[in-house]
Design a protein around this ligand. Structure first.
Ligand code: ADP
Ligand code: MG
Length: 319
């Protein structure tokens, strides 16, 4: 059945707010109200996904609901913020009840896992476009930024690299080799590394999430921190599926320049290495040490003992 604007909001998005949190007023009025506790800052970010740019028309709505929230939470994780609330702007070609119910199911599966309130939004008709704005709390002055990496810092990554890029190739029918279901899942339902972000906030000097590929995103840290880096190929964390892909195609650039892994790439002063690695290990968070920040500009890759400058580009709209 096709639903109207207000029945869509009422049916799927007007839920109560959690008591005792920072949200004082949620969906239903002209604005939502937040009460930021003393000594905290609000981190705010927004991301959009558009049909035929970020996903195909036949994409599973539950995965879309999950992913549009996940990519926003990933930005909060990259700053070390704890997510508390989100708003959502939906543009829909129709009020398709089944599609909306699946979309909401995927969205709230992830929102409920992190006790996040949906506190408002906008619902309009048009070509399918999904926008979420996410808000998180940070102790004042405690945010992890891109601009504060220092020469000698060690470079780390959570999780694995290239699974989402390989998943996209499979979805587009551009790779027919065998790919594990787990690897494909990384494209459809990336995990925002919120727990990792909260831990490394106490240790890291800089951080970014990998949305456009390691080369491009680590490149942002290097530019904004006015430093360079070298990364060791043999230390990069690849799944079995990505290893097979690289072996079969010789396309070693794919895991370095494909986006959407939503892992955290962060830098740490060597003096904090041991303590941080211990806590991450205790908390069961997968991480790899992949390289080091250098004083002169440029991103270098050491591969089979040879070091060469990387000039790979990540995804760019209008690029
Ligand atoms: P206004 O006309 O004042 O902008 P709307 O009529 O668009 O308000 O929305 C009514 C209420 O529903 C508002 O509180 C708004 O934040 C909320 N809302 C609208 N769309 C969504 C959505 N997709 N998800 C969550 N809340 C929504
Ligand atoms: Mg409106």
């Amino acid at each position: 059945m096709a639903l109207s604007e207000f029945s869509i909001i009422d049916r799927f998005f007007h839920r109560g707010i959690r008591e005792g949190g920072v949200v004082k007023l949620g969906v239903g009025d002209d604005c939502a109200l937040l009460n930021i506790p003393a000594g905290y800052e609000l981190a705010v970010t927004t991301d959009t996904m558009v049909e035929n740019v970020h996903f195909l028309a036949d994409a599973d709505p539950a995965s879309l609901g999950y992913k549009i929230l996940a990519v926003n939470l990933s930005d909060l994780a990259a700053m070390g913020a704890k997510p508390v609330a989100v708003t959502m702007a939906l543009t829909l070609p129709s009020g398709d009840e089944r599609w909306l119910s699946e979309f909401a199911r995927g969205f709230f599966e992830l929102a409920d896992r992190y006790s996040i309130d949906l506190i408002g939004g906008d619902t309009t008709s048009g070509g399918l476009s999904l926008t979420v704005q996410a808000m998180g709390l940070l102790p004042a002055g405690g945010a992890l930024k891109r601009s504060t990496a220092r020469q000698g810092d060690l470079i780390y990554l959570t999780g694995r690299l290239g699974d989402a890029g390989l998943g996209l190739k499979v979805v587009l029918g551009r790779y027919s080799g065998s790919v594990a279901g787990e690897t494909l899942e990384r494209f459809h339902r990336p995990s925002p590394r919120i727990e990792a972000g909260l831990i490394i906030r106490g240790y890291a000097s800089a951080c970014i999430d990998i949305s456009d590929g390691l080369a491009s995103d680590l490149g942002h840290i290097l530019e904004m921190s006015r430093v360079g880096a070298s990364v060791v190929w043999e230390n990069l964390p690849f799944s079995r599926s990505v290893q097979c892909y690289v072996g079969a195609t010789s396309d070693w650039q794919m895991p370095l320049c494909s986006g959407e892994d939503y892992e955290l790439c962060f830098t740490v002063n060597p003096g904090k290495r041991e303590a941080m690695e211990r806590v991450l290990t205790e908390q069961g968070i997968a991480f790899s040490r992949i390289g080091v920040i250098e004083g002169t500009s440029g991103l270098y890759l050491e591969r089979s003992g040879r070091k060469e400058r990387l000039k790979l580009k990540g995804f760019e709209h209008f690029g």
